[in-house]
Design a protein around this ligand. Structure first.
Ligand SMILES: NC(=O)c1ccc[n+]([C@@H]2O[C@H](COP(=O)([O-])OP(=O)(O)OC[C@H]3O[C@@H](n4cnc5c(N)ncnc54)[C@H](OP(=O)(O)O)[C@@H]3O)[C@@H](O)[C@H]2O)c1
Length: 363
């Protein structure tokens, strides 16, 4: 990663410097650290209706890889030289909007940078006393909401049904599986290394967890873990895992296509088994969904997730890298499945008292 120095005005690291990670080049396949750039710019000033936020935790999410593939005018989400987009939790330094005050804790689309100017109306005010602030990026944030609506609305789980979750130890998968348990289902998680598989089974209470990286064929493991077939598939990954699961679905099965992590860094889409016949023969339904389409029901979902969290019915794990400059490598590892829980980057020591205890810190 190269370092770019801003040209606007004098740089004073104590008072006016902002550090950002920008996109240096469009990745081919798995991104490289050199596809990113550490840039220094002068702190922006908030205009009317805006606030200046100092970010404390940044969320890294696999779908950002998809957004890096093209210019915004062609369906991508970031232009070359622009700050990488991303959600973060931070503290308001200065506000020019009556609804937010300096010192408030907020969550919003603040990007991969230490300070951000954002419209107050686009941010969510948090109560740091109510829950660890990182939960606003995990169980009580976008991953929790995605798991909630994807499982409950798209799949309508019934007690006794068998639910398979891919990417089961990830930010969304771990919650989708636990919500399915709350609804009385038999839950089987598909994940990578043995450590994640053991965690799903032994700590999260999944009925079974299997690995897609071991020597035993995934289909054989799935048949053993799902003796009554598969009624619901919550798919975060797609690819070969999706192909193996779909072969075993039951009549009237429901498939929530939440994400396709196996696809994001492929330049050329793979041609996999053509399994639409399974939908026809099993009279099954596969439905893609975007959490953003449930915006008006976010309060209802957050309330329910917070209740389950408080009651100890939802557990979570965070995987926290340190410092803005670690974000590119931490993101690349996320795309390789090397995260253990919700991947975050800690950008500042502010609000250290509201950190979660469910985390793996990475240097
Ligand atoms: N529908 C929506 O509105 C919505 C919203 C947000 C995110 N999403 C999508 O939901 C999915 C899960 O997101 P998340 O934040 O919870 O991510 P995550 O699960 O924390 O991380 C991705 C995981 O996918 C697994 N994986 C398996 N095979 C993979 C492969 N070939 N390439 C890359 N990863 C592979 C890895 O876990 P293992 O190694 O353990 O298998 C990896 O840890 C993503 O696809 C994301 O784009 C959807």
């Amino acid at each position: 990663m190269s370092i770019l120095r801003g040209e606007e005005g004098p740089l004073n690291p104590m008072t006016s410097l902002n550090r950002q990670i920008t996109l240096a080049s469009r990745p081919v396949g798995l991104p490289k650290v050199s596809d990113f750039q550490l840039a220094y710019t002068v702190l922006p000033l908030p205009a009317a209706g805006q606030m200046l936020v100092r970010s404390v935790y940044l969320s890294l999410d696999p779908h950002m890889r998809d957004g890096m593939s093209a210019e915004p005018s062609s369906g991508g989400s970031v232009a070359i030289g622009e700050v990488m987009p991303g959600r973060a939790v931070g503290v308001v330094v200065e506000s020019n909007d009556a609804s937010i005050r300096a010192g408030d804790t907020v969550e919003g689309m603040f990007g991969w940078q230490e300070f951000a100017v954002a419209r107050a109306v686009d941010a969510r005010k948090l109560d740091p006393e109510a829950a660890p602030i990182t939960t606003a990026l995990g169980v009580l944030g976008m991953p929790g909401l995605t798991a909630y609506f994807g499982l409950l609305d798209v799949c309508n789980p019934q007690p006794g049904e068998t639910v398979v979750v891919s990417g089961a130890a990830g930010a969304i998968g771990m919650l989708a599986g636990q919500i399915a348990k709350i609804k009385g289902c038999r839950v089987v998680g598909v994940s990578g290394p043995d450590t994640k598989v053991a965690w799903l089974r032994d700590e999260l209470g999944f009925d079974a967890a299997i690995t897609h990286t071991g020597a035993t064929e995934l289909g054989d493991q799935l048949r053993e873990a799902c003796p009554a077939g598969i009624d619901i598939f919550f798919d975060n990954v797609g690819g070969a895992i999706g192909d193996a699961v779909i072969r075993l679905i039951n009549v009237r099965a429901r498939i929530a296509v939440c994400g396709q992590s196996a696809r994001y860094d492929l330049n050329t889409p793979e041609v996999g088994p053509r399994w639409l016949i399974q939908l026809f023969v099993k009279q099954a339904r596969a439905e893609g969904f975007l959490v953003s389409s449930y915006l008006d029901r976010f309060p209802e979902a957050r309330q329910q997730l917070a209740t389950w969290l408080k009651a100890g019915r939802l557990k979570y794990r965070e995987d926290v890298a340190q410092g803005l400059e670690s974000a590119p490598q931490a993101f690349i590892e996320l795309l390789q499945g090397r995260n253990e829980g919700k991947r975050l980057v800690q950008l500042s020591d502010l609000l250290a008292g509201s950190a979660s205890s469910s985390r793996n810190a990475r240097g």
